[in-house]
Design a protein around this ligand. Structure first.
Ligand code: SAH
Length: 461
């Protein structure tokens, strides 16, 4: 006879309706509270609130619930600005006052450092926020969907791939909304079908728009399933006519069954191959597939902090790992002896060389490749480094790279991170390898969302 699994005793059962108090905010912006000692996660509730909740999932040690009614409101609760906030998966914190968002982000960093890296004695500064935390994003990537009446464009509803018909996004540049809606209207009228990912057919997958905020230049990327399709010439002609200040119109071809938005091949359909933007005194060319920070105002704050932590006097050799189009490298090069940048996307390195040239900056070297492969080669050649800057994607630094940095023994490290949990994991490795974490500066690059960016200074002990 099969053994019956022992039923775990929990104080709540699925579908039960309870009233409870909330004390914390989770890392995805969900409310956390205890009901008779049992932890429940409930999206939409804030700390210090009391709410009526329906239990939706019960695990051994914690469960999930759905908000029915707020019984006592937090003084930090505000009315979300976006009309589709509840459905959309893009923002998580619009119902929390901006000041409380900044405090929450600092807390996330602190929790991660204490829990994962066991670092308790480091200065974590208050988060640097924006005066106007709206309409800041310079890039939007909007999926298209076919409806009977034509095309709709918008973000996916939370936890699904169902497109919400979205006319504006309150955290994006208004010009992005205009570009996306213009393409939607023209493509609809020309009968160009949206891509259907289930059946893997149709044409228009995403429209990516980029706004160079400091120069006003605009790039529009049409991501298509295949190169040719009926009415392509008319589509180009009408987009150029209806978006008069467009700088660059690009087609990116993506024929894969994938959630990755951009494919490897880009064709310029009209105008320039790149757009230019400036950060401080430095001018940058940006290609369709190159990474460029999405919040230009805060990027300046972030880079200035990185520069301050690098404490350059003009005599230092610096490595900028994960350098993208060379933004941080060129910022640092103005105060360093030489900067070596490494980045995995070849187009970005092409942009980086171009950017060095247009700014007349000569004391830089860029190389294409994985940081964890290229930097050990530099180390073998006997490169002498004083400062290492890393700015990895969300998954953090490769273990091999951290080991190489430890062996290179730079005086200082500046770690720019968009994910506090991988930051915390990597800081532990670096601390064990002879570095000490000195201070951490969270910078709010992504207001209204649960994303946290920070710059960390480490010194060799
Ligand atoms: N410092 C740049 C880019 C940061 S984003 C800026 O501020 O604009 C992270 C970058 O790391 C991206 O450009 C990505 O293409 C690159 N990347 C991802 N994995 C990498 C790896 N293993 N080695 C080098 N670069 C990598």
């Amino acid at each position: 006879m099969a053994k019956k699994k022992a039923k775990v005793q929990t104080p709540v059962q699925k579908n039960q309706i309870i009233e409870m108090d909330f004390t914390d905010l989770g890392h995805d912006g969900e409310g956390i509270g205890k009901y008779e000692g049992y932890t429940l996660f409930v999206p939409g509730v804030l700390p210090r609130e009391r709410a009526k909740v329906k239990v939706t999932k019960v695990n051994k040690n914690y469960g999930y619930g759905q908000l029915i009614e707020i019984l006592r409101k937090s003084p930090d609760r505000v009315e979300p600005r976006c009309s589709i906030y509840k459905q959309c998966g893009g923002c998580q914190l619009q119902h929390l006052s901006y000041q409380a968002q900044l405090e929450q982000k600092r807390k996330i960093v602190k929790d991660n450092l204490e829990r994962i890296s066991k670092i308790n004695d480091v200065i974590i500064h208050p988060t640097l926020g924006m005066d106007n935390p709206w309409n800041y994003r310079n890039k939007s990537q909007v999926p298209f969907e076919q409806r009977e009446a034509g095309l709709i464009a918008g973000f996916y509803a939370k936890g699904t791939h169902d497109v919400i018909d979205m006319k504006e996004c309150v955290i994006q540049q208004e010009k992005s909304d205009i570009m996306v809606q213009t393409v939607r209207k023209i493509a609809s009228e020309l009968g160009i079908p949206a891509y259907n990912e289930v059946e893997h057919r149709g044409i228009l997958r995403h429209v990516v728009s980029r706004v160079a905020v400091n120069t006003g230049e605009l790039m529009l990327i049409l991501v298509t399933n295949g190169k040719d399709f009926p009415n392509k010439d008319k589509l180009i002609e009408q987009i150029v006519e209806k978006i008069p200040n467009l700088t660059s119109l690009v087609q990116n071809i993506n024929e894969e069954r994938t959630n990755v938005i951009l494919g490897f091949k880009s064709i310029t359909l009209w105008g320039r191959d790149v757009i230019y933007d400036t950060i401080g005194d430095v001018k940058f060319a940006i290609s369709p597939r190159s990474f460029y920070q999405v919040n230009p105002e805060q990027t300046k704050v972030l880079y200035e902090k990185a520069l301050e932590y690098a404490a350059l006097t003009g005599n230092e050799n610096v490595i900028d790992a994960y350098c993208g189009i060379g933004t941080i490298s060129l910022f640092l090069a103005q105060k360093a002896k030489h900067v070596y940048g490494v980045e995995i996307v070849p187009e970005a390195i092409k942009d980086a060389w171009n950017n060095a040239r247009i700014n007349g900056i000569k004391n830089v070297t860029f190389e294409v490749g994985a940081a964890e492969k290229v930097i050990p080669e530099w180390a073998k050649k006997g490169i002498n480094v004083d400062v290492v800057v890393v700015d990895p994607p969300r998954k953090g630094c490769d273990e091999a790279l951290l080991q190489t940095i430890i062996d290179l023994k730079p005086k200082r490290m500046v770690y720019v991170s968009c994910n506090p949990s991988t930051l915390a994991r990597d800081l532990r490795v670096l601390e064990d390898g002879g570095f000490k974490t000195i201070e951490v500066q969270p910078v709010d690059m992504f207001p209204q969302t649960n994303h946290v960016e920070c710059v960390t200074l480490m010194s060799r002990v």
